[in-house]
Design a protein around this ligand. Structure first.
Ligand code: IFM
Length: 485
């Protein structure tokens, strides 16, 4: 079954009525204000392709994905969605869906191939054109500076466990701010440092595929230091007053039972998955219980004088990525927990448990513990087996499961707002089906189906549903958030 016979018209409203989900609209946007930001998100390595074009050099993900056995199906990002060549068409899709904002990431090895030294003007020019194209279509660009594609040369010099990488990142951030800061005002320094540090340097399932626990904490600390240094650079060098934030994917940990060892495993997961990032960035300190957990493994973060002040730069907003919760039990591994699959619960194709309640509890917890920062959902979405969904006469995938997922999670955002969380926008992951890291192309998160053989794009029913949700939201007003009791 294919789903590729509809030709989307770039820049024109995407025609068609969602076949499912209309009844979900009201509940989904209830509690969201008329000025709520509606967007979609992507990242450079997952969609751009053109891996060796116009002076781009390899990143850790080029190396990792070409390592036999590292990625399902031997997939890699050499071509991906060919977005590098099809960018105007893809911006047209965003415009057709009537979205307010687009969150993309800038590829460091495209802009500064060696991770230091000369700027690659041809690479930088791509983002210049992208920003202009977005603004021309009335779409606000949200630029993420780092979404995991560390230049391979820097990894060869030690990668994120080495302090110098943080300074190299700040230099690169300044270059991008110089080039785009006259038009981009919304900046995200890092995407999900948890994944770069934990999955990349300790669990070895993401690039660069290393497996040292002390390297994980060194990487985490230097990523945060890089965030603070980069935030300063953006503020100093962007021509228009910027809003600077960082995106985390906090671990939403719940004990598998009331047993003290499960409760302790949940504390460990929260410390090493959530507070290790949020506490230094927001409060300027590492949590005491985390430091006690790390000490026996010779894995204390390598903090130098002034680091915590640098890391705790003022934030204009916090980006929150939420997909699922982690129900945990203890493990003997240094991070102290393992996740237990909830086999009796609905899940996506990953298979990640579908648990919208976790969105509400996460957002209200962030508000309680980290203050009244504006929050944006910078990613939420789902991979489903779209080949199992019906396809209508025009070739459009009727992905009712994805619509239900989005509706339930948006309603959960509304409930968090009602409980006092200042959530101001929602970016769906993802605009396009794309390279899902170690899962390759087998997992499809897109609002828009991509036929990788032809590169034809076809909006799924969920894309039209999100368009309609945004419209319904703009037409009403769910009201201002009320303070937490
Ligand atoms: O595809 C990823 C994205 O790059 C980061 N956040 C989670 C998404 C789904 O796994």
């Amino acid at each position: 079954m294919t789903a590729a016979s509809t030709e989307p018209v770039a820049g024109e409203p995407v025609a068609g009525e969602p076949m499912t989900g209309e009844s979900l609209l009201g509940e989904a946007v209830n509690g969201l204000p008329a000025d709520f930001v509606w967007g979609a998100a992507t990242s450079a390595y997952q969609i751009e392709g053109a891996a060796a074009e116009d002076g781009r050099a390899p990143s850790v993900w080029d190396t990792f994905s070409h390592t036999p056995g590292a990625v399902a199906g031997g997939d890699h990002g050499d071509v991906a969605c060919d977005h590098y060549h099809r960018m105007p068409e893809d911006v047209g899709l965003l415009a057709g869906l009537g979205l307010d904002a687009y969150r993309f990431s800038v590829s460091w090895p495209r802009v500064q191939p060696g991770g230091k030294g000369p700027v690659n003007a041809r690479g930088l020019a791509f983002y210049d054109r992208l920003v202009d194209e977005l603004l021309d279509k009335g779409i606000t660009p949200w630029a993420t500076l780092y979404h995991w594609d560390l230049p391979q040369e820097l990894e060869d010099a030690g990668g994120w466990p080495v302090r110098d990488t943080a300074y190299r990142f700040a230099e690169y951030a300044g270059i991008v701010a110089d080039a785009l800061g006259d038009r981009v005002t919304d900046w995200i320094t890092l995407n999900e440092p948890y994944c770069s540090a934990m999955l990349g340097y300790y669990q070895g399932v993401h690039a660069p595929g290393r497996t040292s626990f002390p390297d994980f904490t060194k990487a985490a600390h230097h990523l945060l230091l890089g965030h603070g240094l980069a935030a300063r650079q953006v503020r100093e060098r962007a021509a228009r007053p910027p809003r600077v934030g960082i995106t985390f994917n906090p671990v939403v940990a719940q004990p598998a039972s009331d047993a003290p060892e499960d409760v302790e495993a949940a504390r460990r997961a929260d410390a090493v998955g959530t507070r290790i990032y949020l506490d230094p960035v927001v409060h300027g300190r590492y949590p005491e219980d985390l430091l006690a957990d790390l000490a026996p493994y010779d894995a204390l973060p390598p903090v130098e004088d002034g680091d915590l002040e640098t890391i705790a730069q003022p934030l204009d907003f916090l980006g929150v990525n939420y997909y699922f919760r982690n129900v945990v039990k203890p493990s003997d591994e240094p991070h102290g927990y393992r996740s237990v699959q909830q086999t009796d619960r609905p899940s996506t194709a990953m298979p990640w448990e579908i648990y919208p309640e976790g969105m509400t509890s996460l957002l209200t917890r962030l508000t309680r513990e980290y203050g009244d920062l504006p929050l944006y959902i910078t990613e939420n979405g789902a991979a489903f087996d779209d080949t199992a969904s019906p396809v209508d006469a025009s070739g459009r995938i009727q992905d009712a499961d994805r619509i239900a997922f989005l509706a339930d999670h948006l309603a959960a955002v509304g409930r968090a707002r009602a409980a006092g969380a200042d959530v101001r926008g929602y970016f769906c992951w993802s605009l396009l089906d794309n390279f899902e890291w170690a899962y390759g192309y087998a997992k499809r998160f897109g609002l828009v189906h991509v036929d990788y053989a032809t590169q034809r794009r076809t909006p799924k029913a969920s894309a039209l549903w999100l368009r309609d949700a945004a419209r319904a939201c703009r037409a009403g007003d769910g009201g201002a958030p009320v303070p937490v009791e």
